[in-house]
Design a protein around this ligand. Structure first.
Ligand SMILES: *[C@@H]1O[C@H](CO)[C@@H](O)[C@H](O)[C@H]1NC(C)=O
Ligand SMILES: *[C@@H]1O[C@H](CO)[C@@H](O)[C@H](O)[C@H]1NC(C)=O
Ligand SMILES: *[C@@H]1O[C@H](CO)[C@@H](O)[C@H](O)[C@H]1NC(C)=O
Ligand SMILES: *[C@@H]1O[C@H](CO)[C@@H](O)[C@H](O)[C@H]1NC(C)=O
Length: 367
């Protein structure tokens, strides 16, 4: 070893000893993690068996600490295929989420997803105790009870995913205060009540997925303020009233699922004109009036499903000039007249047009 390498080596040694002593979790955080672990059980995978080292910042599966202050920053436990393959067994966690988790005051990520059998409530203390939380994903479990009413206190939250649980109660009004939220997924629960009127305050929101719940009331016009909204799914609820005209003003809306509700009124013309929209499912509602005849070269739809409504009039001729229409379903309405000729009609099945009042022409009977 050359003499010049010696100071470097010493420096590395000092850095190493400093960082390894800093990265040692405080006893209170270790205790909180152990309490969290003790209320959960996983019989097949060695996940929680790794949670034993005195230093919870080292080798605890799914636990990460912030290197600057040695506080627990992430708990990330996803039921992923890669773990199952590695251990040649699928896994399931039972039990519930201990409120002790609220002692991890610097937690920024909490992911506990797809474990199927985690039940009980979402500890309500998270809203007031975990101000740094950015990502909360508890999807794919059996959590019950309600969404904490003061969830709006989590001002840094960017992802809230509670999909696929047994949650009931309403969408808390305070949710509209989550001004950093980009991704909201509450689908597939038993959530009821109305959509908060000022949901449109969520200026950063790009995905709002609320499908497969028991949500009633109308679509708040304030959603037109969400200039980044790309995906809106309110399907399979009990939503009534009209599609607000304002929805046409969403500049980057790409998918709109309102199917299986009690929506009435007409299809806003601007919606069909909207440039980026490419997935539209309005089927199984009570929508009336005619289909706006406003398609053009820039219309690019993978799906337009308007089946099971009360649409009248003719099929818009301009559909033949659309840039692309993949799947089109107009069945079970009151449409009449000749099906236009040319693309996309030359490759659609008869079932896309069946059960209307008096449609004719290919692929149905001749006029
Ligand atoms: C799921 O959780 C419940 C209650 O915690 C428990 O009784 C049941 O045995 C668990 N099911 C499986 C398959 O582990
Ligand atoms: C939203 O935040 C504001 C300002 O902090 C507060 O006054 C208001 O009560 C909050 N709204 C709800 C519904 O919690
Ligand atoms: C549209 O929604 C209906 C009702 O939920 C569903 O049955 C249908 O498959 C959907 N259409 C497409 C093309 O996905
Ligand atoms: C159109 O929708 C109806 C009713 O939802 C369904 O039975 C039919 O299979 C659909 N046709 C196509 C081509 O998807």
């Amino acid at each position: 070893m050359g003499i010049s390498a010696l100071p470097l080596l010493l420096l590395l040694l000092i850095i190493f000893s400093v960082t390894s002593s800093v990265i040692s979790c405080p006893p209170s955080e270790r205790a909180a993690l152990l309490a969290f672990k003790s209320s959960l059980s996983e019989p097949y995978l060695p996940i929680f068996r790794t949670w034993s080292d005195p230093n919870c910042c080292r080798n605890w599966y799914g636990v990460t600490c912030d290197p600057t202050n040695s506080r627990v920053s992430d708990i990330s436990l996803r039921a992923e295929a890669s773990i199952f393959i590695r251990h040649r067994h699928s896994g399931q966690i039972s039990g519930n989420i201990s409120p002790e988790i609220c002692n991890l005051h610097h937690l920024s990520t909490l992911i506990l997803s797809d474990w199927k059998n985690i039940s009980g409530p979402i500890p309500s203390c998270i809203s007031s105790s975990l101000p740094s939380l950015r990502l909360l994903d508890l999807s794919g479990n059996r959590l019950s009870s309600v969404i904490p009413s003061d969830i709006g206190l989590l001002r840094r939250l960017t992802v809230l995913d509670l999909a696929g649980n047994d949650l009931s109660g309403g969408i808390p009004a305070s949710l509209a205060n989550l001004s950093s939220l980009m991704h909201l997924d509450l689908s597939n629960n038993r959530i009821s009540g109305r959509i908060p009127r000022d949901l449109g305050n969520l200026q950063m929101l790009s995905r709002a997925l609320l499908g497969r719940n028991l949500i009633s009331g109308t679509i708040p016009p304030s959603i037109s303020m969400m200039s980044r909204l790309a995906d809106l799914d309110l399907s399979q609820n009990r939503i009534s009233g009209e599609i607000p005209e304002e929805i046409s003003g969403l500049p980057v809306l790409s998918s709109l699922y309102l199917d299986c509700n009690q929506i009435s009124g007409v299809i806003p013309e601007g919606l069909m004109r909207s440039r980026g929209l490419n997935m539209l499912n309005l089927s199984r509602n009570s929508i009336e009036g005619s289909i706006p005849d406003v398609f053009g070269r820039r219309s690019y739809f993978n799906v337009i499903d308007l089946a099971h409504n009360r649409l009248t009039g003719r099929i818009p001729e301009t559909l033949t000039s659309a840039g692309y229409v993949g799947h089109l379903n107009l069945s079970h309405n009151h449409l009449c007249g000749q099906i236009p000729e040319g693309s996309p009609f030359d490759r659609l099945e008869a079932s896309s047009f069946s059960s209307n009042d008096c449609l004719c022409g290919m692929p149905l009977r001749r006029c």
